[in-house]
Design a protein around this ligand. Structure first.
Ligand SMILES: NC(=O)c1ccc[n+]([C@@H]2O[C@H](COP(=O)([O-])OP(=O)(O)OC[C@H]3O[C@@H](n4cnc5c(N)ncnc54)[C@H](O)[C@@H]3O)[C@@H](O)[C@H]2O)c1
Ligand SMILES: [Zn+2]
Length: 356
């Protein structure tokens, strides 16, 4: 498989994304040059892929955090600042995030703050991290009172991804990552959506070509949106399709019970049904959306939406909503969408009732 390269165009902060079957260390070494690098990874990924980087001469050290969302914390960041200081990491040391979105967000946060900011490279290993979190520069840790509450926009120098690492990713995580892939089709690319409909089996079987095409298309979509609106003043918010519903589902089901992508999948069905109710999408669009999500073995119903008051309150708590009004990203058929807009509670509740 030939490797692919996609550019994120952000002026002086532009960077390449490399997609290949295995990590191409020549691309890595080209990015790093003569500088030293320090790897941040997690307890699942380190034994699987940590060795690939440990053979390189410029590696200063490695910190391994426990796998899971709880590592995205200020406490964990503080431990790693200590590791970096003891290893004598300086302002030129490149922080390398090797792992899923948790490692990427944490390592990016650390890179953005250690010595007022050091260079940063992403090597995402989960599908979600490849198609979403490693591109675009949102880095954060969680606060006990809210997810991603403490963070920055801090772009990496480059992103290196290898399709072969998905072989070890748990199937459920792979499926959950597909929700964000489907999202790109719905909000901005009808042709990609139709291609996904034709390629589900290949993708679930991790056919390298099909996966590489999916990664390329997804990161192109994300790069385009981020290139237009780096700090989410406008169009970047459309990447939240299904997320207002999805966050409420995650909060009420209890974090960890439902994966982010699973909640977003059901949330995208709710968003599409709302678009249908408003006359800006057809019943057939909704049917195709449901069918594709189901083929990837993802949920199409919000299990918590019968708890109407709590569900609405949880949606109000979503950080995208301002002053008690809940804003939703809605599609225009398949392949287009609107900026977030306020929709009345009764209207949404009727849609949610119709979906139960
Ligand atoms: N920065 C952004 O723009 C952005 C966007 C979306 C999500 N996120 C964040 O991303 C996080 C979720 O990311 P995630 O779904 O990757 O979760 P994760 O990092 O917890 O990875 C999921 C699980 O898969 C394991 N894993 C990762 N790659 C593997 C591989 N190749 N083989 C075997 N196991 C592997 C991990 O150890 C973990 O147990 C959340 O914290 C979310 O807030 C950030
Ligand atoms: Zn998401």
């Amino acid at each position: 498989m030939n490797s692919k390269r996609v550019e994120v165009e952000l002026g002086a902060r532009s960077y390449p994304i490399f997609i290949s079957e295995d990590f191409q260390l020549e691309n890595f070494e080209q990015t790093i040059g003569q500088r030293r690098f320090y790897v941040i990874t997690d307890s699942h990924v380190a034994p699987l892929y940590g060795d690939q980087l440990s053979v390189l001469p410029n590696r200063l050290g490695q910190s391994i955090v426990p796998a899971g969302e709880s590592s995205k914390s200020l406490q964990q960041a503080e431990i790693i600042y200590g590791d970096l200081i003891r290893a004598k990491a300086d302002r030129k040391t490149v922080i390398v995030a090797l792992g899923g979105g948790v490692v990427g967000d944490l390592a990016g946060f650390i890179a953005s703050t250690y010595m007022r900011g050091v260079p940063f490279v992403q090597m995402p290993t989960s599908l979600l991290a490849m198609v979403d979190s490693s591109v675009g520069g949102k880095v954060a840790v969680n606060h006990p009172l809210g997810k991603n509450m403490i963070g920055h926009f801090y772009q990496p120098e480059s992103v290196l991804m290898a399709t072969s690492v998905l072989k070890t990713l748990p199937q459920r995580e792979l499926q959950a990552g597909m929700a964000e892939v489907i999202k790109y089709g719905i909000i901005m690319d009808a042709e990609f959506f139709a291609w996904l409909e034709q390629n589900v089996e290949k993708l679930l079987a991790l056919d390298p070509q099909a996966i590489a095409s999916t990664l390329e298309k997804s990161v192109c979509c994300k790069a385009q949106v981020v290139g237009e609106d780096e700090k989410e003043g406008g169009v970047r918010a459309t990447l939240n399709l299904g997320h207002t519903f999805g966050h409420a589902e995650e909060v009420l089901a209890g974090y960890g019970r439902v994966l982010h992508g699973e909640a977003v999948a059901a949330g995208m069905v709710a968003a599409m049904a709302t678009s249908v109710a408003l006359g800006q999408a057809s019943e057939d669009d909704l049917r195709r959306c449901r069918a594709l999500i189901l083929k990837f073995k993802l949920p199409i119903t919000l299990t918590q939406s019968h708890r109407q008051t709590e569900f609405w309150t949880a949606m109000e708590g979503d950080k995208k909503s301002l002053s008690g009004v809940v804003n939703f990203v809605l599609s225009r058929g398949i392949g287009g969408c609107d900026l977030p807009k306020a929709i009345q509670r009764t209207f949404i509740e009727n849609v949610l009732t119709s979906l139960r």
